[in-house]
Design a protein around this ligand. Structure first.
Ligand SMILES: Nc1nc2c(ncn2[C@@H]2O[C@H](COP(=O)(O)OP(=O)(O)OP(=O)(O)O)[C@@H](O)[C@H]2O)c(=O)[nH]1
Ligand SMILES: [Mg+2]
Length: 307
């Protein structure tokens, strides 16, 4: 099957930008315990985490014993397969399908992880698919946050519903839902202010946004996207735990994979929580967001042959 050009571009971008996190397996090495131990260290350094690293190594040892891993290339192939299998359950793309319109996406996460940028990129993506969109500036903390979303909206010619700084984000979500409904929008995307999962009152605010949306449509929000910065390492796992426990996360976006040596957090998250990873972010531009693909990611992380 022919893949669209944009998909192929994104896969090569992924390989190129994930290089800092990629494993280093020198060609010509004998596959022995020393090499497996080095690999274990690399997986841990890439933030794959103790549990997932153990699972991967266990399977590698079984393969080494049963079928023999003769050289660095067979080792690399085996690793790609093992990691692909581990990631496959979370490789579930977001489907914009709902009984009633609009399909509502709520983005949550801690400060500065890339929520607003991701939503801007998503707006471009949906727009190019011919969907009718609306954005809601639910980050009423700072005027600059509203402007940031408006800039993305203007670029894509997507309307942005906003209120003055300090307004109740739930009221913004309410207005935006009504506006999206009356204009026949397919998708409503709601941005929120960054918050620490330990800030109880702010977590309550997210619940209120959810309640207001659910009053209009019991199925809304159809997708609650937790955005995570790949560079935060194991802390991302705590964020998943807390946000999921409080607001119910249905999908993850892992951003900034371009700037980190810690891309392994994707594997740790997949293994621990099994929540679908919808998208990954590889940069600041609109085209730097792609659907998560288990095999593509495994190949990029295992890296090219260094021969
Ligand atoms: N390198 C890189 N930078 C990114 C990526 N995604 C977002 N950024 C940058 O990260 C910074 C923060 O992004 P925002 O989208 O403002 O993050 P946010 O989560 O909305 O932040 P708050 O609203 O303050 O909580 C910006 O400088 C973005 O350009 C990515 O995938 N790669
Ligand atoms: Mg923001």
């Amino acid at each position: 099957m022919n893949q669209p050009a944009t998909h192929i571009n994104f896969v090569s971008k992924l390989r190129e930008r994930l290089q800092r996190a990629a494993l280093r397996i020198a060609p010509g090495r004998t596959i022995d315990d020393t090499l497996l131990e080095e690999l274990e260290t690399q997986l841990l350094q890439a933030d794959v985490g103790v549990e997932a690293t153990r699972a991967i190594l266990e399977q590698l040892r079984i393969r080494a014993r049963d079928s023999g891993l003769k050289d660095a290339d067979t080792l690399r192939t085996a690793l790609v397969e093992i990691i692909t299998n581990l990631l496959a359950p979370v490789g579930q793309p977001l489907r914009v399908e709902s009984a009633g319109k609009p399909f509502v996406i709520l983005a949550v996460g801690v400060n500065g992880v890339g929520k607003t940028t991701t939503l801007g990129k998503l707006a471009q993506r949906f727009k190019s698919q011919g969907l009718k969109l609306m954005l809601a500036a639910g980050d009423t903390f700072r005027a600059a946050a509203v402007e940031q979303l408006q800039t993305w909206g203007a670029r894509q010619d997507v309307p942005v519903i906003a209120q003055a700084a300090g307004a109740d984000p739930a009221a913004v979500a309410h207005d935006a839902w009504l506006a999206a409904k009356s204009r026949g929008c397919d998708v409503l995307i709601v941005d929120t202010a960054g918050r620490l999962h330990t800030q109880g009152n702010l977590m309550e605010e997210l619940k209120k946004i959810r309640r207001v949306l659910a009053k209009h449509d019991p199925a809304a929000p159809h997708e609650c996207l937790l955005v995570l910065d790949a560079g935060t390492g194991q802390n991302a796992l705590r964020q998943i735990e807390h946000f999921h426990g409080t607001v119910g996360v249905t999908g993850l976006v892992i951003t900034k994979l371009d700037g980190t040596a810690k891309g392994g957090i994707v594997i740790a998250a997949a293994q621990r929580f099994g929540i679908p990873i919808r998208f990954i972010g590889l940069g600041e531009q609109a085209g730097d967001l792609g659907e998560f693909n288990a095999r593509g990611f495994a190949e990029a992380l295992v890296g090219e042959s260094q021969a």
